[in-house]
Design a protein around this ligand. Structure first.
Ligand code: GUN
Length: 310
């Protein structure tokens, strides 16, 4: 039998999130260098990790490494899973009061039994580099200055890198989480896009998606978005990071979009891994530099202002 070699029908360009994240990390590093002599210290990010979730441990390790690589100070609080709500709030309040700390991130999800909302809302808004407090969310709705959530900011950055000015583009965001879907919808709206926020109860999701110039998939369901859900030439921003069993018995990471199908129809696709994932920490570093500047009543350094969404 002769092997039939099927020529690849891939049309999509891959969006290189690692390269984009390296550029944003470099902007944060440049901003930190500009600020340091005026602050008399390097900008500082504090990360709080509760429990021993392996994925969270990896994220936190990467955050610490990249914070330090960008010339900033990193403070870590690793706390046991059985910490009480009151003890955890005490740690967050101490970081709020610490003048040497510019940004506070509490790694989510928190172990069962802890009230995530109360913990996040305890973070001082001027140190809320995750952009998750009510004040940050309100500022985003109002279009007022404030901290924007990191993964949605990274998604907008990548879409702009692929398409340039986003004005007038139709965007379908799938998933309405506080961490990604809702803020992503508002950030694309701020870029003058026409935004649909779709979710598990949306009727005929494939038809809704086929209208989109830009799809942002943030549902946490492996390979859910199929190739025939896409408008030809669409820009696909895949926020999903799902661990699945591979054919060889080893686990591997896949997104919320069926990558093999998507690259045959889309114009641009973010791979998983190596797409949106690395952008989250990059935007966190940029937010930390911005927080350090604003807390000292200084202008946000140009390189950082240039990479953050408006
Ligand atoms: N866990 C996964 N992503 C994030 C994030 O962006 N911020 C926080 N705090 N926790 C997360």
């Amino acid at each position: 039998m002769t092997d039939i070699i099927t020529p690849s029908r891939a049309t999509a360009k891959l969006i290189d999130g690692k390269a984009a994240a390296a550029a944003v990390d470099a902007a944060a590093a440049a901003g930190a260098r500009q600020l340091e002599p005026r602050l008399g210290r390097a900008p500082c990010l504090a990360v709080v990790l509760v429990g021993e979730d392996p994925a969270s441990q990896v994220y936190v390790r990467n955050k610490v490494r990249r914070t330090e690589a960008a010339g900033m100070r990193s403070v870590e609080h690793i706390l046991p899973a059985d910490i009480s709500q009151a003890e955890l709030l005490t740690v967050v309040r101490a970081l709020n009061e610490d003048e040497g700390v510019d940004g506070i991130l509490v790694q989510l999800p928190l172990p069962k039994g802890l009230d995530e909302t109360e913990v996040v809302q305890t973070i001082r808004p001027d140190k809320d580099v995750d952009g998750l407090t009510a004040q940050s969310a309100g500022a985003l709705v109002l279009g007022a200055p404030g901290m924007r959530p990191c993964t949605p900011s990274g998604s907008v950055f990548l879409a702009k890198q692929a398409l340039g000015d986003l004005t007038g583009k139709s965007v379908v965001v799938i998933g309405r989480s506080i961490l990604v879907g809702k803020p992503a919808a508002l950030l694309f709206l701020a870029e003058n896009c026409t935004v649909t926020l779709a979710h598990s109860r949306t009727q005929d999701l494939p038809a809704v998606c086929r209208e989109a110039d830009i799809i942002v998939a943030a549902v946490g369901r492996p390979n859910m978005v199929k190739g025939d859900w896409l408008k030809p030439g669409a820009c696909v921003i895949d926020v999903g990071i799902n661990r699945v069993e591979g054919e060889n018995g080893k686990s591997r990471l896949v997104g919320d979009v069926d990558f093999e199908q998507a690259i045959e129809t889309a114009g641009f696709v973010t791979p998983v891994p190596g797409g949106v994932g690395p952008m989250t920490i990059a935007m966190l570093l940029a937010n930390t530099v911005a927080a350090a500047a604003r807390r000292a009543s200084l202008a946000v350094p140009g390189p950082v202002a240039d990479v953050l969404p408006g």
